[in-house]
Design a protein around this ligand. Structure first.
Ligand SMILES: Nc1nc2c(ncn2[C@@H]2O[C@H](COP(=O)(O)OP(=O)(O)OP(=O)(O)O)[C@@H](O)[C@H]2O)c(=O)[nH]1
Ligand SMILES: [Mg+2]
Length: 469
């Protein structure tokens, strides 16, 4: 089964379950056993669906990091940078990428643990940072603390700039808001180790404090309460002679629980946390380098796609068949696939390219792309592009358009592949099909099509065009 059909199928099953449920609720007085059963079933299928969606959305590697993994991640970044240098030796980003790579390599032996203190405005970050300066670190790893810009301010949108941090202390002075929770999840998705510090304990009455703490504990595993700088309080004492003595007192700060917590983490997880950070930075570097590499390659790919799209247009125009027969006109040329494959260092034989060309045509037919685009192009041709349409123009422009969509899909597909050198990687047709559909939808906007049809007509019928305009 093709991958993109699966969600629809699940959706359909879900829908029929709901309908069935509806009926059983309707016929039963109250909750019959059957409807309870089906509700459970629906719940399970929704849960399963949700799980699957989650799995797809966050495909992070959750296995514990080790030195070997770090070395691999750094090597992979280096490979991509070298590839970029080989393909575009004067690329503007090369020097910064290489500099980042050198820094990263030095991180491999790092012993010092970097801890970031973050949170919203005025939650007590600086106060905590100062209190932690007296913290006695008994582990063998030196530790630095650094405060981030306050989150959730106008200058600082909802992103946390703490990629360098091996551990993040997230300070909040109350229950988590939606935006705080989002940031928290962002960090989790990036494998960032976090501790939640519930600050300003002294500002709560005991019952309220317990409620907030309980609520935080429901959401997050690592929660610690702190009061880094309690407010001054008025103390009253009734004397034996009946008078009342009053004075101001500053309660002692209390961050001892957090201190112990940190100590444990540093000792037990310190090395792993450093590795995790280095991997995270290596992956970021990989992405940066790959983006640059993809841009370079796309610049080479664009004229090639254009070349083949006009070849297809001319061939089909000269030799039109009643219904656009993409197989007969070889609109998706195996040479196009081979040339694009070369740009993206994807190795496959010409024969494989031919097979892929045939498969792409069949996919386009199966997905209804051929019919859809021919209809759309016919409408545009008739309505507002030219006054006189020669026979074969529709087929010519359609063939060009579909060649273009196929070319762009291949580019997108290749760009999402690993930057592998000399690897004999077959094409994943399931994924290619999904890309095809996506790219087709992106290019199916009327204005894009209109421009394209205009270009096509200028190519095929330069004279008709001058007459029309
Ligand atoms: N009552 C009470 N007030 C605190 C506590 N910790 C910090 N504060 C007060 O909260 C206010 C803000 O503290 P900061 O440490 O400057 O907070 P911040 O998060 O660094 O603030 P920005 O950097 O401006 O976002 C100050 O007036 C602190 O005295 C605490 O434990 N209890
Ligand atoms: Mg501050």
């Amino acid at each position: 089964m093709l991958g993109w059909q699966r969600p629809m199928l699940v959706g359909a099953i879900g829908l029929s379950l709901v309908l069935w449920l509806w009926q059983s609720f309707d016929s039963a007085v109250g909750l019959s056993e059957l409807s309870v059963f089906s509700a459970v079933l629906l719940g399970i299928s929704l849960w399963w669906w949700q799980q699957n969606k989650l799995k797809k959305a966050t495909s992070v590697d959750n296995s514990p990091p080790n030195r070997e993994k770090v070395v691999k991640a750094i090597a992979k970044a280096s490979n991509i940078i070298n590839q970029l240098q080989a393909e575009a030796e004067n690329h503007a980003t090369l020097s910064t990428l290489q500099e980042q790579f050198t820094n990263l390599n030095n991180q491999l032996e790092r012993q010092q643990l970097n801890i970031a203190i973050t949170g919203g405005k005025a939650v007590g970050k600086t106060t905590l940072l100062q209190a932690l300066s007296n913290w006695e670190n008994t582990s063998n790893k030196p530790v630095t603390f650094q405060e981030t810009q306050p989150l959730f301010t106008l200058e600082n949108p909802n992103v946390i700039e703490a990629n360098y941090a091996d551990l993040v202390i997230f300070v909040t002075s109350g229950d988590l808001t939606d935006s705080q929770w989002q940031i928290w999840q962002q960090m989790a998705a990036k494998n960032q180790r976090t501790v939640l510090a519930f600050s300003k304990q002294d500002e709560y009455l005991p019952a309220a404090r317990a409620t907030v703490l309980y609520s935080l504990q429901q959401k997050v595993t690592d929660v610690v309460a702190i009061s880094a700088k309690p407010n001054v309080v008025k103390v009253r004492q009734h004397q034996s002679d009946g008078t009342v003595k009053e004075w101001l007192e500053t309660p002692a700060a209390d961050i001892s629980e957090l201190g112990q917590y940190l100590q444990q983490i540093v000792v037990k997880e310190g090395q792993q946390l450093i590795w995790e950070t280095t991997i995270r930075q290596a992956v970021n570097l990989q992405i940066e380098a790959k983006t640059a590499l993809n841009q370079v390659r796309e610049q080479k790919a664009t004229p090639i796609i254009e070349k083949y799209q006009w070849i297809a247009a001319a061939a089909t125009f000269a030799n039109p068949v009643p219904a656009l027969d993409l197989l007969a006109t070889a609109a998706i040329n195996a040479s196009l696939i081979t040339e694009l494959g070369n740009i993206y260092q994807q190795k496959f034989s010409f024969q494989q390219a031919q097979t892929v060309a045939g498969t792409m045509v069949r996919l386009m037919l199966k997905l209804g792309l051929v019919e859809l685009s021919t209809k759309a192009i016919a409408t545009l041709l008739k309505s507002n592009v030219v006054t006189f349409v020669a026979g074969g123009a529709l087929q010519g422009v359609s063939a060009a358009y579909l060649t273009r969509v196929a070319g762009l899909s291949l580019v997108e597909y290749f760009q999402s592949q690993e930057v592998a050198t000399n690897a004999e990687t077959g094409l994943n047709l399931d994924k290619l099909g999904q890309t095809l559909q996506k790219v087709f939808q992106q290019n199916q906007q009327v204005t894009l099509l209109q421009t394209f049809v205009q270009q096509g007509m200028n190519r095929l019928l330069p004279e008709a065009q001058t007459k029309a305009s």
